[in-house]
Design a protein around this ligand. Structure first.
Ligand code: ARG
Length: 470
């Protein structure tokens, strides 16, 4: 190989006098991961080529050849026959080169009025939109599992906690519906994020637009984008949508991490509130008695990984001048891993929830300890005309007394209770009972089983409506 005629294989190599080293090739190539964008890359290329032909920038015959060549390539990719080459750097150049090998000059004309910069931005948006739609469906599956479980356990009483100390009795169904609400917001956020993902960068070309008479609206329509990105420099360099998506993902994982933490605590023998199906747990290689909640633990653990991806993407963008920089190639691995981890997590939670076995007695026993209905006694006194602060003080004294007798407030004899307020009557025991306490919180958002059922019904309706719109 002489200096004047270097043997360079890259599609951009015309300007260069020596090939990159193997190390540089490996360092700069993205084909090892961006091959996953292949189907979206082809989709984008076909829409671009269709528009070029429509605008008479390429001939109709060229477009027919491009369509045929791309169909063959797609088939080869789907059947695993396509050979990805590191020498060709990335998914775009691999496909373009294969196309040209198949159809000749028409393949070389595909890249007219386009750059890999607007091409890759389009690919990622198509990829993300596709996955957001799948994720929304998975979110609905988890929500449905939560609703089913909440419906079944609307009447089951457990201690509600603040500071992880017994606070007030709540319905287990109500507790589960708190997670339903989190997911409702998660789905809202995802849909909102989708609206900004769904804008077309193609047409921005390298950074400044193109001198060809392109029709961007047509490409947007063909690819089902809602609109076009309105500034070419922004179009090729914007990754806000990827950051937004990862932020949504972080929040979803955070919610599941909290749920996972609760499942782990509830499953510990000290609580014994629930049991997870064996297929979500593993044993210990040394302690034969162990049944470990590995799946919830990993959900908690993987949340850190997604938060890491969010920080990686934010950091990736923070110092970049306009417009495209190669830094952007680093967006893919965090994004792909976020999508993969989120899909797996949602799917596994949807599978795990229906298999939860609830120990109703353990929950009830725990709620019977810790004076969980102390607030109900205070409210009872308020309803008899005592100011809340005075009622609070009287009940606090009664709790102290119960503590000295080593019993729950609800188990104190009437005479004892009356020492703290003459307004207390025998009707107090239904107020101090767990079901009395639960049923009394009968307003929207309250823990009364009737409200839990109403919330389940509203939830089912909302899911049905969202299934229609998305
Ligand atoms: N593989 C590149 C990426 O993922 C494609 C865009 C390359 N553009 C360029 N000007 N080198 O970002």
């Amino acid at each position: 190989m002489s200096d004047s005629s270097p043997n360079l294989s890259q599609l951009w190599s015309g300007r260069f006098s020596e090939p990159v080293s193997e190390r540089v090739k490996r360092y700069t190539a993205s084909i090892g991961f961006d091959y996953r964008l292949a189907e979206f890359d082809i989709q984008g290329s076909l829409a671009h080529a269709h528009m070029l032909a429509h605008q008479a920038i390429i001939s109709a015959a060229d477009f027919t050849d491009i369509e045929r060549g791309m169909a063959e390539i797609l088939e080869e990719i789907r059947t695993g026959k396509f050979v990805w080459k590191l020498d060709l750097e990335d998914v775009h150049l691999n496909i373009e080169k294969a196309l040209t090998e198949k159809i000749g000059d028409a393949g070389k004309r595909l890249h007219t009025g386009r750059s890999r910069n607007d091409q890759v931005a389009t690919d990622i948006r198509l990829y993300l939109r596709h996955n957001i739609d799948g994720l929304l469906q998975l979110i609905r599956q988890v929500q449905t599992a939560l609703l089913d479980l909440a419906d079944t356990h609307a009447e089951v009483v457990m201690p509600g906690f603040t500071h992880l100390q017994v606070a007030q009795p709540v319905s287990f169904g109500h507790h589960l519906l708190a997670y339903f609400e989190m997911l409702k917001r998660d789905a809202e956020r995802m849909r909102d994020c989708r609206s900004r993902v769904n804008r077309l960068p193609l047409g921005a070309a390298a950074l400044a637009g193109t001198s060809f008479p392109i029709d961007r609206e047509m490409v947007a329509r063909n690819l089902d984008f809602d609109s076009v990105c309105e500034n070419s420099l922004d179009a090729v360099s914007d990754r806000d949508f990827a950051i937004e998506f990862t932020a949504c993902a972080s929040l979803i994982m955070t919610h599941f991490s909290r749920l996972a933490e609760e499942l782990i605590v509830w499953m510990s023998p000290r609580f014994g509130f629930i049991d997870l199906a064996d297929r979500f747990c593993t044993g210990s290689s040394i302690m034969p008695q162990k049944k470990n909640p590995d799946v919830p633990e990993l959900i908690r653990g993987k949340t850190g990984r997604i938060n890491g991806h969010l920080v990686a993407l934010l950091t990736l963008m923070k110092g970049q001048p306009l417009a495209y920089n190669k830094d952007n190639q680093e967006d893919k691995e965090p994004l792909f891993d976020t999508v993969d981890t989120l899909i797996d997590t949602l799917a596994i939670v949807a599978e795990m929830l229906p298999g939860i076995r609830v120990n109703v007695d353990a929950m009830r026993d725990a709620a019977l300890q810790g004076h969980a209905t102390a607030t109900d006694l205070a409210d009872y006194l308020v309803k008899k005309g005592i100011a809340f602060r005075d009622a609070h003080e009287a009940v606090a004294q009664a709790v102290r007394h119960a503590e000295t007798l080593d019993c729950d407030l609800a188990d104190l004899p009437l005479a004892d209770l009356q020492r703290f307020s003459s307004f207390i009557d025998s009707d107090i025991y239904s107020v101090l009972s767990l079901t009395g306490s639960l049923n009394s919180r009968n307003h929207i958002g309250g823990t009364a089983p009737a409200q839990v059922r109403a919330a389940v019904a509203r939830g089912r309706l909302a899911i049905a409506c969202n299934t229609e719109t998305n």
